[in-house]
Design a protein around this ligand. Structure first.
Ligand code: XYL
Length: 436
């Protein structure tokens, strides 16, 4: 049985194709800077947005009607598994990602929930084996159920901490069973609403305690996935603890967790934090912590996480520039489309058009970023701009041979003003326009 009978196999047809069911830029086997596009991007489909979301928003009910909606909860979960693998096959995408709550219905007890999960995990495994598709990452949803009203690891209620720990334990086992290449910890409701009733110190210590327990358990069961923290500044809580890349890295360092984690950087979370996506990727990269990305896009006119499929080629180009510059690229990570179709795009086919648009935007960005690198366009500009540090006093500063005293001696009697050179930003932007 097909869930998407009107959708053909999506193939690369090149930029002149008018076929909406074709890639215009994503040509999986095309080699760019020594690796195929497929190897660079490691594209993944996000289960929750693709198979669970239906367009519900705070003002209105779902608009998308899927063929599995009318089934009983467990049958619905099974149908979604089949739909997932059909979608992956038709898109020619190798990876997917999920939360526990996306794949199986919750039971009256954790034991019951785990039983449901086991049924679906067995089915996912069968499909993985027969199709060769893989799990980029899995995670635990520790934010939807009302028990998480005050957070999970950072809840004031130790019962909730315990339940969260048990849930993470199960999801680490599931990750191992399905060969997940990464395991993600997005903060969910790990944050606070007001300091008036919050013990921030205890909450942060507890968050670290939970992550240490997860590291220990993964070691114990031989689960070797890369652990990833996903920063986000706000929503659902007013102040999320993993605000941005720099904050998350500082937390990991403070609590002795830095060696076990990298970051999963999401584009829309970056802009919510008041940063560009490329800023967050650069911060992570400079710290050897760029692990994976959640590819989506926000709306600068709206202040929340709109999770749109990415179409901004400037952003995908500069993101791919950071990824190409990262040692080993995305490594075990990938480009996970943590993105949802608009509420107005409610037909099944829109799931495909959306992924084609997003994947093409990244493939386009990859090719443009490769040109920037091959022709040393930005590298030459940056090298020239910092050339003062390669000779004379600059070389002494960089070599650690200078002190406040020696620098005072150097400048004291120099005729002012110091001559600076233009940053030429408009000219650089025009060059970038030509490359993209
Ligand atoms: C929500 C987050 C999540 C994580 C996984 O803003 O992006 O979807 O990616 O928990």
């Amino acid at each position: 049985m097909s869930f998407f009978p009107n959708v053909p196999q999506i193939k690369y047809e090149g930029r002149n194709s008018k076929n909406p069911f074709a890639y215009k830029h994503y040509n999986p086997q095309e080699v760019v800077l020594g690796k195929t596009m497929e190897e660079h991007l490691r594209v993944a489909v996000a289960y929750w947005h693709t198979f669970n979301a239906n367009g519900t928003d705070p003002f209105g009910a779902g608009t998308a009607v899927r063929s599995w909606d009318s089934l009983s909860p467990l049958d619905r979960s099974k149908a979604r598994v089949e739909a997932n693998f059909e979608l992956l096959e038709k898109l020619g995408v190798q990876y997917y990602a999920f939360h526990d709550a996306d794949i199986a219905p919750e039971g009256a007890t954790l034991a019951e929930t785990n039983k449901n999960i086991d049924v679906i995990v067995a089915k996912l495994k069968e499909f993985q084996q027969s199709t060769g598709k893989k799990l980029l990452w899995n995670t635990a949803n520790l934010f939807t159920n009302p028990r998480y009203v005050f957070g999970a690891s950072t809840s004031n209620n130790a019962e909730v901490f315990a339940y969260s720990a048990a849930t993470i334990k199960k999801m680490l086992e599931v990750g191992k069973e399905l060969g997940a290449e990464n395991y993600v910890f997005w903060g969910g409701r790990e944050g606070y609403e007001s300091l008036l009733n919050t013990d921030m110190g205890l909450e942060l210590d507890n968050l670290a305690r939970m992550l240490h327990m997860a590291v220990d358990y993964a070691k114990e069961i031989g689960f070797t996935a890369q652990f990833l923290i996903e920063p986000k500044p706000k929503e659902p809580t007013k102040h999320q603890y993993d605000f941005d890349a720099a904050t998350a890295l500082n937390f990991l360092r403070k609590y002795g967790l830095k060696d076990y984690f990298k970051l999963n950087i999401e584009a829309n979370h970056a802009t919510l934090a008041g940063h560009t996506f490329e800023h967050e990727l650069r911060v992570a990269r400079l710290d050897g912590a760029l692990g994976s990305i959640d590819a989506n896009q926000g709306d600068y006119l709206l202040g929340w996480d709109t999770d749109e499929f990415p179409f901004d080629l400037y952003s995908t180009t500069l993101a791919m520039f950071e990824i190409l510059k990262n040692e080993g690229g995305l490594g075990k990570g990938g480009v996970n489309f943590d993105a949802k179709v608009r509420r107005t795009s409610f037909e099944d086919e829109d799931l495909f058009f959306a992924h084609i648009a997003g994947i093409d935007a990244y493939a386009h960005g990859l090719k443009a970023a490769a040109k920037l690198i091959e022709n040393r366009i930005l590298d030459d500009i940056v090298d020239a701009r910092y050339s003062s540090y390669r000779e004379g006093i600059g070389a002494e500063i960089v070599a650690g041979k200078a002190s406040l005293k020696s620098l005072e001696e150097y400048v004291l009697n120099k005729q002012q003003p110091i001559k600076n050179q233009s940053g030429r930003l408009e000219q650089i932007r025009a060059t970038l326009n030509e490359v993209i």
